[in-house]
Write a protein that binds this ligand. Structure first.
Ligand SMILES: NC(=O)c1ccc[n+]([C@@H]2O[C@H](COP(=O)([O-])OP(=O)(O)OC[C@H]3O[C@@H](n4cnc5c(N)ncnc54)[C@H](O)[C@@H]3O)[C@@H](O)[C@H]2O)c1
Length: 261
């Protein structure tokens, strides 16, 4: 019996968007450790360079290691320029998004239509544009992986995150349709839907308000919020040869979260 090693990405190349920190950084590091050459996209040049350097010097220097590439995923010209730098890649991880600052939550009735655009731009348009840019080469070479990071706000729905959830749900619908079109060409497309990840400003807010975190934790059977590294093992599996019969799916990585309505 021959079972492919799930973590063998030797010879593969990847772009991970928004990989200058957080979830994207951890996924990029895991892909590099598994052997891929990983392009660290971010709109912030310093974050991209520092992340690429850290991944390479942490031993995530398989055959390729990590390299920075700056682009705003909501800007079509910038994405085209990014693709000129990277050339074709085997793996696209659409990670850049607008994670909600928990304390900026707004009921839909209180939002202004002008404010909806930025959510759709990064969480749906950016995902489609980056995928479209790299897809033709994947189809031609008959191998490719597209993994998009979404949210339980779009998978199950969350109060105060209606527009964000709508954009993420759009990315899930896009993924399911894309998977139907490209499967016969060796290309898979899947989503990873996250619960609340404790990092950055959210971490600081919880440090300052432990009672709020304790309340939220009641919805998490495993008794803790996520870390940015939690989604990385699944991302590597989905991007590997071993993931070739997994497509069109949305996988929650969320500590068993269920909203208490
Ligand atoms: N953090 C959470 O609790 C959480 C929960 C559910 C889903 N998610 C999703 O996970 C993904 C990653 O979240 P995170 O909290 O790690 O992100 P983050 O806020 O740490 O941002 C990661 C990086 O993305 C970069 N970035 C922002 N806008 C960009 C753009 N337009 N183009 C290129 N780079 C850009 C930032 O500079 C940053 O370095 C997002 O898609 C988010 O919606 C996060």
């Amino acid at each position: 019996m021959s079972v492919p090693l799930y973590a063998d990405l030797d010879g593969r190349s990847a772009v991970v968007t928004g990989a200058g920190g957080g979830v994207g950084y951890e996924i990029a590091g895991a892909l590099a450790t598994a052997g891929a050459l990983v392009w660290i996209n971010d709109l912030d040049a310093d974050r991209a360079s520092e992340a690429a350097e850290a991944i390479t010097s942490n031993g995530g220097d398989g055959p390729g290691g990590a390299r920075p590439v700056v682009a705003d995923v909501t800007d079509a010209d910038a994405i085209a320029a990014m693709a000129e730098t990277t050339g074709p890649v085997d793996i696209v991880v659409n990670n850049a998004g607008l994670p909600l600052r928990r304390f900026d939550l707004k009921r839909f009735a209180e939002t202004e239509p002008q404010s909806w655009h930025e959510w759709i731009e990064i969480n749906l348009f950016g995902v489609m544009q980056v995928t479209h840019t790299y897809l033709s080469d994947m189809l031609e070479q008959e191998w490719g992986r597209v993994v998009t990071i979404v949210s339980d706000a779009g998978r199950v729905g969350e109060r105060g995150q209606v527009v964000y959830g709508a954009a993420k749900a759009g990315a899930m619908g896009f993924t399911r349709g894309l998977a139907m079109e490209v499967g016969r060409h060796g290309v898979t497309a899947n989503c990873i839907a996250l619960g609340s990840i404790r990092h950055g400003v959210i971490s600081e807010a919880y440090d300052a308000n432990p009672e709020i975190e304790a309340k939220i934790l009641r919805n998490y059977p495993v008794g803790r919020l996520g870390t940015p590294a939690d989604p990385a093992p699944l991302a590597v599996l989905l991007c590997s040869e071993a993931g070739s019969w997994i497509t069109g799916q949305v996988y929650p990585v969320n500590g068993g979260y269920s909203s208490s309505l």
